[in-house]
Design a protein around this ligand. Structure first.
Ligand SMILES: *Cc1c(COP(=O)(O)O)cnc(C)c1O
Length: 415
């Protein structure tokens, strides 16, 4: 076999970011690079990355994990949910995380599968619904999945992978799915209705009770995508917010997606899907080819046990009181941000329901570009044409004040 001379350019082309082309060989090095040099190169590779704690990140619903979760994650990097014989702790941990999340969602007894995040959790929920639908209506029956246009774009990926037709319905003025348009589309042959509990664009929470009451009366299952809102809505309700119930306490909710790596304090990748019917995951079963290996119910084969154990630790360490306090802290940041923006002459609209604060502005893209030149990351919900700011626990009051001051400055030339 021919070996490439070490000066050959990589067939994949571009040099690592920050490196001038041709400065060093790309592609797999012929000879291992000394570790110190590797680490120095890595520091260069990551030089432009932000740290959640440095006060520059205002677009992310993910954040730093809790310290205990970081510690557990680091200690269990070799842990693999795909091998229950080497790691018998993991099926137990998965059952315990399921039980804690089911408790959070008012569904003691619910079944669950740990996933890599909300995308995989939504995929499994749709797949289970599709198989259930086919068992009822036949393999060739069309499978429609109804949702609001604010539902996450993971459902577009899912529609490309599974034999379902995703039908999106417009939102109301608060950016929740317009139930006046959604409900009349539901028929007994609908495969699934998806309600979003905290859209990642705007934080809007769909009217889960109204959707579930209508769909379940027609025998149609309802999936609640609570990837963003799962750790927020229950505690916001306890704090007195006027938000709908989103969990299994609502009759007709059949499955729920949660993302512990968003507001749960877990490291990436940590998602979860819950099913009210403890037998529902049977529809997801694939048997392993190996003696003693449990059936699989997730999409991934080799699965990060470290993230599951870190999620377990985060849930135990936080408890209800920890999450409640964390939501109270987020709500203080949100109130401050809304007040500062309003005082600076920005129009916050619609009223934020969770941690996403949206601002109406004639050219939000320009604002975000100008902020980025100053090293600050905000975002634009492009579909909505709104400036989108996300509050998270990595932000201090001083940092939020700095953000609004920068926004006011870059917006100086506003018409
Ligand atoms: C984040 C999110 C997802 C996707 O989750 P990933 O963890 O990014 O795969 C799905 N739905 C909603 C509402 C989300 O906020």
């Amino acid at each position: 076999m021919a070996t490439l001379p070490s000066s050959s350019p990589s067939p994949t082309g571009s040099p690592p970011p920050g490196e001038p082309a041709g400065a060093r060989p790309h592609g797999l090095p012929d000879r291992g690079v000394p570790v110190e040099r590797v680490l120095a190169e890595l520091a260069g590779l990551c030089a432009d990355d932000h740290d959640y704690r440095d006060g520059t990140v205002f677009n992310s619903i993910c954040s730093t994990p809790l310290p205990v979760a970081e510690q557990v994650f680091a200690a269990h990097q070799q842990s693999n949910m795909g091998d229950n014989r080497i790691f018998p702790s993991l099926p137990r941990a998965e059952a315990e995380v399921t039980a804690m999340l089911a408790d959070l969602m008012d569904g003691p007894g619910a079944a669950g599968v740990a996933t890599s995040g909300g995308t995989e959790a939504n995929l499994l929920a749709v797949l289970a619904a599709l198989r259930h639908h086919r068992a009822r209506f036949g393999a060739g029956a069309p499978a429609r999945v109804l949702m609001g246009d604010s539902a996450h774009f993971s459902f577009d990926k899912i529609a490309a992978l599974l034999a379902v037709e995703v039908v999106r319905v417009p939102s109301d003025e608060r950016l929740r799915v317009d139930t006046g348009r959604l409900l009349p589309l539901v028929t007994p042959e609908t495969a699934l209705v998806v309600a979003t509990a905290g859209s990642s664009e705007s934080g809007a929470v769909d009217d889960v009770p109204a959707i579930a009451a209508h769909a379940s009366a027609l025998g149609v299952p309802v999936h609640v995508d609570a990837a963003t809102g799962g750790f927020l809505v229950p505690f916001a309700r306890e704090l007195g917010d006027d938000l709908p119930a989103i969990g299994f306490g609502v009759d007709g909710v059949s499955s729920i997606t949660l993302d512990p790596h968003k507001y749960g304090g877990a490291p990436i990748p940590a998602g979860h899907v819950l099913f009210r019917d403890p037998g529902a995951p049977d529809a997801l079963r694939t048997s392993s080819h190996y003696r003693g290996t449990l059936d699989h119910h997730a999409l991934l084969g080799t699965r990060p046990g470290g993230a599951l154990l870190a999620t377990w630790a985060a849930l135990r360490a936080q408890g209800r009181n920890g999450y409640r306090a964390s939501v109270a802290g987020l709500w203080e940041r949100r109130a401050l941000l809304v007040r500062l923006l309003t005082e600076a002459g920005f129009e916050v609209a619609p009223r934020p329901e969770l941690t996403v604060v949206t601002v109406r502005h004639p050219s939000p893209e320009k604002l975000v570009d100008a902020l980025e030149e100053r090293g600050l990351i905000a975002s634009v919900a492009r579909r909505l044409g709104l400036l989108r700011l996300v509050v998270h626990w990595h932000q201090s009051e001083r940092q939020l004040r700095g953000l609004v001051a920068a926004l006011a400055e870059v917006d100086g030339g506003r018409p």
